[in-house]
Design a protein around this ligand. Structure first.
Ligand code: HH2
Length: 261
């Protein structure tokens, strides 16, 4: 899954793709590099990010979503049911919700369609989440939350095969919490839904590798590889080409019948 943020303030690419042509050029680049899904976002969820109105979010994303939906699998990163309804009408393939469809009306908005949904875990809100994240057992608590949300989605009429779960790396988690979740991603996979992992360029990688934001490519590729090796079905990344190469190598090693002749 390639990330396309049409925002002025996303943590790593804010402001770069606000212009429609720049966004579409980046979309084409991500597709050419081998993305299977494009995740378009119009509201930053970085720690401390301000909220964005429905009108502003739609103004940012609709030019891009309108141009791509129906021609390529598009996911929209939003927590607002009004935004979900608009983009679902345009035929997007997935809603990616960092609030796991907790906003009133969002379960129903998705249930009325055939779109897939990514349910993500977050402790707190983007404004407060990194202040003091606390868990007794992060892997069990995140898993229980996601299982509960997936069951709520199914009870609302969203079929199991349309649901993906995501531990939400960096969303109300310390470095130790993030590492426990990555180490035990298999336990999340064992809950029964495919897992999406988003570690690309995140500050946890910067802390571990000692790298600033513009210099986290290698760490991001390593993290994506480890996530897939531990069972992630989808990795959400800014740098599709390098990630794709690494995943091809992983695939060749994991599959004894792999052959390129
Ligand atoms: N991370 C970000 C945004 N959306 N969605 C899912 N499912 N999983 C994630 O880990 C995730 C996400 C944060 O990254 P980014 O989009 O680059 O930044 P921002 O939120 O500042 O736009």
């Amino acid at each position: 899954m390639g990330v396309l943020n049409v925002t002025p303030d996303s943590f790593s690419d804010g402001g770069r793709f606000l212009d429609r042509d720049a966004a579409l050029e980046q979309a084409r680049r991500l597709i050419d590099e081998g993305a299977d899904i494009l995740d378009v976002g119009g509201e930053s969820t970085r720690p401390g990010a301000p909220e964005v109105s429905v009108a502003d979010e739609l103004r940012r994303i609709l030019p891009v979503v309108g141009a791509l939906a129906g021609t390529f699998p598009v996911s929209v990163d939003t927590s607002k049911p009004d935004v979900m309804r608009e983009v679902l009408n345009l035929g997007v393939a997935m809603i990616n919700d960092v609030m796991a469809l907790r906003a009133p009306g969002s379960l129903e908005a998705v249930a009325l369609t055939d779109a897939a949904v990514c349910l993500m875990h977050m402790q707190g809100t983007p404004r407060t989440m990194q202040q003091n994240p606390v868990y007794d057992d992060v892997v069990t608590e995140v898993g229980d939350f996601l299982e509960g949300r997936a069951q709520a989605a199914q009870a609302a009429g969203i079929r199991q095969e349309r649901i993906v779960i995501d531990p939400g790396f960096g969303f109300g988690k310390t470095t130790a919490h993030n590492l426990s979740l990555l180490r035990q991603l298999g336990a999340l996979r064992a809950r029964g839904w495919p897992v999406l992992a988003g570690l690309s360029r995140k500050s946890i990688l910067g802390k571990i590798a000692g790298r600033h934001l513009g210099d986290r490519l290698h760490a991001s590729v390593a993290a994506a590889l480890l996530a897939v090796e531990r069972g992630a079905a989808i990795v959400r990344v800014h740098d599709v080409g390098p990630t794709r190469d690494a995943l091809q190598i992983l695939r060749s090693v994991l599959d004894d019948r792999f052959s390129i002749e």
